[in-house]
Design a protein around this ligand. Structure first.
Ligand SMILES: CC(C)(COP(=O)(O)OP(=O)(O)OC[C@H]1O[C@@H](n2cnc3c(N)ncnc32)[C@H](O)[C@@H]1OP(=O)(O)O)[C@@H](O)C(=O)NCCC(=O)NCCS
Length: 183
């Protein structure tokens, strides 16, 4: 199995259709924690829904578009990161992330997103990586900042959730600005 060691006991690898059962069990642990902050279509509530998400990303990845990766800590799927969008033609991508509560506060997502930025900028020659989040999602904004992204603007009331509309932040980093870990 191809996977990348992020640190001792923590691995990043493609999250694929065959993980549907494991992904659904993880979502059971993560659902209420992530629901306010991620796209509604991502928060499915059974194995069929989880499989549909994995299949959608798998098909998109096969077309060199969006891709999904899981973070396994001590063999347990605890979260993940994704290219929400990936376009070689435009030279840009958007990165997203989530964790179940037990995995917060350990730097796992910052490390995993660093791997995605490395691949996008170094292996694929992209120029720009974006990060979109609810403006009141302080933990998400903090990840964008740790990745060296700049806040480029706020789309006012662009995020509807449970009858209210929230502002949405747009963060981004350009390839020449990105400080490669250890480099
Ligand atoms: C957004 C989210 C993934 C951020 O998780 P996180 O654990 O705060 O982010 P990281 O994995 O980068 O970890 C950073 C934290 O680990 C700590 N940390 C520990 N070791 C670290 C290390 N080696 N490197 C970096 N940070 C480390 C940092 O101090 C920070 O903790 P603090 O904020 O309490 O100071 C998480 O809050 C989440 O899943 N939220 C719900 C879903 C969501 O909002 N997704 C994003 C949608 S835009």
């Amino acid at each position: 199995m191809l996977s990348l060691a992020l640190r001792d006991g923590v691995r990043l690898r493609a999250l694929e259709v065959w993980h549907a059962q494991e992904f659904a069990a993880h979502l059971d642990r993560a659902r209420e924690h992530i629901r306010p902050w991620v796209g509604a279509a991502f928060v499915t509530d059974d194995v069929a829904g989880a499989r549909a998400t994995l299949r959608r990303y798998g098909e998109s990845g096969a077309a060199d578009g969006a891709r999904l990766y899981g973070i396994w800590r001590d063999g347990v799927l605890v979260g993940g990161v994704m290219y929400v969008h990936f376009s070689e033609a435009l030279g840009s991508c958007e990165i997203g992330c989530w964790l179940e509560p037990s995995a917060e506060g350990q730097g796992l997502v910052t490390a995993a997103c660093g791997a995605l930025l490395d691949w996008a900028f170094t292996a694929r020659g992209l120029h720009r990586a974006e990060w979109h989040c609810r403006a009141d999602n302080a933990r998400s904004s903090a990840v964008a900042e740790r990745l060296g992204m700049s806040l480029e603007g706020v789309r006012r009331e662009a995020w509807p959730y449970e009858g209210r509309r929230y502002d949405k932040q747009l963060w981004a980093v350009l390839a020449p600005e990105y400080a490669h870990p250890g480099g």
